[in-house]
Every structure is written in C-alpha cells, then in structure tokens.
Design a protein around this ligand. Sequence first.
Ligand code: IPE
Ligand code: IPE
Ligand code: MG
Length: 259
Amino acid sequence: MESLKESIISQKLPRHIAIIMDGNGRWAKEKGQDRLYGHFHGVESVRTIVEGCAELGIGYLTLYAFSTENWDRPEQEVTGLMELLVETIRKEVDTLNKNNIRLHVIGNMEMLPAYAQNELNEALSLTSKNTGLNLVMALSYSSRWEMVNAVKNIAIDVKNGKVDPQSITQDTLQQYLCTSNFPDPELMIRTSGEYRISNFLLYQLAYAELYFTPVRWPDFSKEHLYEAIIDFQNRERRFGKTSAQIEQEDGDADQLVSR
Ligand code: IPE
Ligand code: IPE
Ligand code: MG
C-alpha cells in the first residue's frame, strides 16, 4: 500500500477531487442484505477517503451523497439515508476539527427535514475556521437544479439593476453556482461501473479527468483512491490546445522554476 502512495507525485495532485459514490445498493444485495446496510457501510468508505485526501493534502473533496432525483426512492430508504447522513455528520464533527477539515454543503437544503438542516448548519459553523481539506457534501443536489437556481437569481439581480445583462460573463454565472467558492474539480471518480454523470456538477466538470471503476463504493479503499490519482497524473490535460503547446508550456514552467 505504501508503495502505491509513494508513486503519487505530490506537486501534481488534483486540487479538487469529486466523487459519485455509487453502488451501495448493489453491494448490499450481493450480500443478501437490504439497501440501507449498503449505505451504512458506504459511510465507512466516506471516512476512509476523507482521511486519505486529508493525508495527501488535497484541497477540495466533493462527495455526491444524495441527488435531487434520489428523493423519488422508496420512502423507507430516503428516511433511513437522511438519518444516517445527519447522524454521521454530527458524530464526525470532532474528528473533522481534529483534522482541520472544513465542511461545506451544496444543494437544495430547503428540501431537507428541519432537524437535518439544523444539524448541518451547526456542523458548518463548528468547522468554519478550519483551513485544511475542504469537504463539500452534495446533498439534495443536482446540476440542473443548481443552474435553474442560478438563472433565477441572475434574473432577479438584473431586474433590481444589480447586474447589467450585457456584462454577464462565465465568471458571473460561476458566482451564482453553489460552488462559487471552490475551484473546478480536476478529477471525477465514479464507483460501481456506471459510465454516466447523473446530474453532478455538469458545468464544473467541463475539463475534469473522468475515472470510472467497477469497485462498489463500500469497497472503495485508500488504495483505490491512490490508483485513481496516479491515473490522473499520467494523463495529458490539453484544455483544447495541442500536445506540442502543452509540452512547450511545461518546458517554460520548468525553466522558470530552475532559474
Ligand atoms: C449510492 O449508491 C448512494 C446513493 C445514491 C445515495 P446507490 O444507492 O445508488 O447504489 P446502487 O447504484 O443502487 O447499487
Ligand atoms: C448518483 O447515483 C447520485 C449519488 C451517488 C448520490 P444514482 O445511483 O442516483 O444515479 P443513477 O440513477 O444510477 O444515474
Ligand atoms: Mg446508484
């Protein structure tokens, strides 16, 4: 395990990793258990991966924990999941503080039951001074909801005279998204063998490297995380340019450093 970790180039870490934590239900079914058992074990992986990212010095970790569409699941699963999420956050606040981790939440909080909103707000304020890993929980989140919300708020500000429609840029739009305070994810991991984005950070993932693994979320370990990061580090990110341009830019940057 150490050797995989040692293969990671610390100067080339993704600044922001986003994860679609998928496969809890199938993991449980394969063990003859009900879906909530899978979610329960999924929480263990959350702990492990948050710890792994903090140890590596990753700046931002966004975890897709519950989508807007997940509200349509059977009521028993939704209630169980909500309770599990809130209870976990409450229990983990001390550990987050010990590890200097700051919690953030993105999503439509108004859809959450009042007790969940209260617990979350408390955890947000109790960890607000931390300066290490930024842990962003996407809860009751979907990208299309976020964009509609952003458009509504821009329209309100145009109406109030706060925003001039002619001066709207990508930066303006970015400021109205839930993620306005975070850099875009550089690496997006989805577990459990599904090759789709499922309404997650559609705008922000424009240039993220996508990594798909068949491993079910409850089985996802630090070692799997390291593999994803190493894979990321071996890719050439071109942002629309050519390979030759990227090589030139890297060469120039190396020269600057060695001067
Ligand atoms: C991911 O696991 C967790 C949530 C969506 C809350 P799933 O519950 O989607 O598990 P599968 O995809 O049914 O196996
Ligand atoms: C995406 O997983 C949402 C979360 C992991 C929270 P889903 O299991 O809900 O996505 P689909 O339905 O397979 O696209
Ligand atoms: Mg799923």
